[in-house]
Design a protein around this ligand. Sequence first.
Ligand code: FES
Ligand SMILES: [Fe+2]
Length: 358
Amino acid sequence: VSTAPPDQSHDPADPRYLTAFLPDHWYVACRTGDLGSRPVRREILGQPLVLFRTPDGRPHAFLDRCAHRNVPLSGGRMVGDRLECPYHGWQYDPDGVCRHVPSLVGDPEGRARRVPAYATTEEQGYVWVFPSGDDPRGRRPFSITGPGAPGVTVVRRELVLGCSAFQALENFLDVPHTAFLHRGLFRGGRSRELEVVVRRTHLGVEAEYLGEPRPEGIAARILAPRGGELVHFDRFHLPAISEVEYRLGERTHLVTTSLLTPESTFVTRLHAVIAYQVPFPGWLVRPFLGPVAGRILDQDVKMLEQQRQAVERFGREQYVHTEVDVLGPHIWYLMRQAQRGHLDSSQTPLEKRLRIRA
Ligand code: FES
Ligand SMILES: [Fe+2]
């Protein structure tokens, strides 16, 4: 886990920046193993939150501010199933209601003596939070493809990125930079013309690349030494999830899911799940694929930092797109529409075909 630079958070509606905070969705707050008996602090969509577990093992999330004098509750401790503030020892039950005020003779409860609590769930190896404070009304967290399936090897990574969620998503789902920035590692060599089918619904957008040969870089050679034709999908899912899927023949399958949690405008926490299946034992690939994947990610992280620094230096984001920026404009469209509350299932799905060189 690297540390991102200090962030001066901007108003998410600020038109100078392409940031959309979409609170009516589930976000990963932390990995299951990172939440033990001590409270954990996280920031989600500009809000400081404290996560904690009650003795029954269930996770909970509050706004990280004691109702009494604003002290972060994440500095406190668990007393039974209550979270205790480190300053005067007020104790809050899992609904955020104050149940104990030391030295107070009368009733500890009172309408003002409570902290906002957020819907929380734990599944697929993560603790997820619904940061609007509303009831998720039956909505479930994103379902990650791969983990748990027979023969699938899973690698998880966590990283704090110094860029916005949109900037990261556009990078993760961008083909043209791979042959350039990651030359030799993933793509590279001769390019050829491919057909791309773009399909957009009100929940996300995908690009399917047709007629793509196996890339010539090291990572692709490790995964599929015998070559062949690729099945390749890049997908964006609201609110801030990317999924890149490669299939080569019957037996090689790789799905990389990037679950992004915007902490503030230009700080984004990434939980990546790399799930793959190869025609030989998965652990054999790990020592080779790990360093190559790490190097690719490192190049992206550095480039995204430079992009963000320039955006901050110039005080605004400005983009010129061509057709090969296949998904970026759709991602921004969907995020913006969702932020305005304009997205619903009555929207007509869009499908279009284009050609790029890759
Ligand atoms: S500030 Fe939390 S108990 Fe006083
Ligand atoms: Fe990249």
